[in-house]
Design a protein around this ligand. Structure first.
Ligand code: SAM
Ligand code: SF4
Length: 354
């Protein structure tokens, strides 16, 4: 698909033509990754964060938020629960928290890998190359790091660098690829100041980085953040809306452009549309869902944006409603780790060369 076609789809509003986009994305999804929906247990292990991202409720300056960091035994107990539920993967996610030290994280990974058959995905923000290498050596399989927007000016404005540290998530994704992680990137849809051209660039970046996982969710304003308190200075004339249709368009286009990628129907999409968000995501390109495993005592404190879907549901109920939704669509729960087809292809090419 060329850039003009991408831009045309992003601007499309005709329901019939959009219906044909959803159908194409669904057919390509079925052809390349099948009818299985892989479940990844999401564990939000710490809400501490040193960053000042203008969009996120966990940002360091939000001093009203009571913070938590789970201990190793708590994390291990939740990982065992993920294995008991039949998930293939546990995703350890957090703010950018120096309290999650190199040794702490490496030990947690080793213990999960020795006690369970789970694949381990990390989503711990921008960490040093030494830490990322140590965690890969300890057994971590995948790393999720959305680049949020490929517009360098907008990115710098909403994601300030820390003193003495340049923030370049695209460069970090390339480093993660070198370390042989399965890599996941992605963007928020409808960030104040984001244009349709920016989104077309973002989708082209998904392909250029040959992402194994692509996470796309709507921007949801948080009242305790600068972007949630009025974002006048970011105003542009062709602003992308942060709605369900726009999010689904980007998911569908991502599926057409990166047919082998694993693409989740995100919690943020389910937050915009509690009844149908997950089902829409799964029929417009998605093949992954991430049920929340975080213990109830911590869950509301992982306050990225307000009214997060599934915030009240305990892990078993969350799994139950996800499974029902998948079966209602005539799809199957994925078995095994659910590695991305692109990653497996790259691995087998590398071993063939060796
Ligand atoms: N700290 C890590 C990082 O930034 O990559 C992982 C946790 S962070 C909360 C995970 C993702 O949440 C971010 O990549 C961002 O896309 C998303 N996010 C943060 N604030 C959001 C908001 N207000 N609306 C929608 N998504 C948001
Ligand atoms: Fe911290 Fe990630 Fe939120 Fe930025 S998006 S404030 S790095 S948790």
């Amino acid at each position: 698909m060329n850039r003009d076609e991408l831009l045309q789809w992003l601007a499309e509003t005709n329901p019939e033509r959009l219906g044909s986009l959803w159908a194409q994305a669904d057919a390509v999804r079925r052809q390349y990754v099948g009818d299985e929906v892989h479940l990844r247990g999401l564990l939000e292990i710490s809400s501490h964060c040193v960053r000042h991202c203008l969009y996120c409720g966990l940002r360091a300056p939000n001093r009203d938020l009571p913070r938590y960091r789970m201990n190793k035994d708590e994390i291990l107990a939740c990982a065992r629960q993920a294995a008991d539920f039949g998930y293939g993967t546990v995703v350890l996610q957090s703010g950018e928290d120096p309290g999650l030290t190199n040794d702490f994280v490496a030990d947690v990974i080793r213990r999960i890998k020795s006690d369970t058959p789970l694949a381990v995905t990390l989503s711990l923000g921008e960490r040093s190359e030494q830490e990322l290498a140590a965690w890969r050596a300890a057994g971590a399989d995948r790393y999720l790091l959305r680049f949020e927007t490929s517009n360098a000016r907008l990115y710098a404005a909403i994601h300030p660098s820390l003193p003495g540290r340049r923030s370049d998530r695209i460069a970090l994704l390339r480093q993660l690829r070198e370390l042989e992680y399965e890599i996941g990137g992605g963007v928020m849809i409808g960030i104040p100041g984001q244009t349709f051209e920016d989104l077309a660039d973002d989708i082209e970046w998904f392909a250029r980085l040959d992402l194994d996982m692509i996470g796309v969710g709507p921007f949801i304003p948080h009242p305790a953040t600068p972007l949630g308190q009025g974002a006048g200075r970011f105003r542009v004339c062709n602003q992308v809306p942060n709605n369900e249709e726009m999010t689904c368009k980007v998911m569908a286009l991502a599926r057409l452009i990166c047919p082998e990628a694993n693409i989740p129907a995100t919690t943020a999409l389910a937050t915009l549309d509690r009844r149908n968000g997950m089902e829409l995501g799964l029929t417009r390109g998605g093949n992954v869902v991430m049920p929340n495993l975080t213990p109830a005592v911590y869950r509301s404190r992982y306050d990225i944006y307000p009214e997060k879907a599934n915030i009240q549901e305990a892990a078993p109920e969350c799994l139950g409603s996800v499974e029902h939704g998948i079966i209602r669509l005539g799809r199957r729960i994925g078995q095994g780790r659910g590695d991305s087809a692109s990653y497996l292809r790259r691995r087998s090419a590398a071993s063939w060369k060796a």
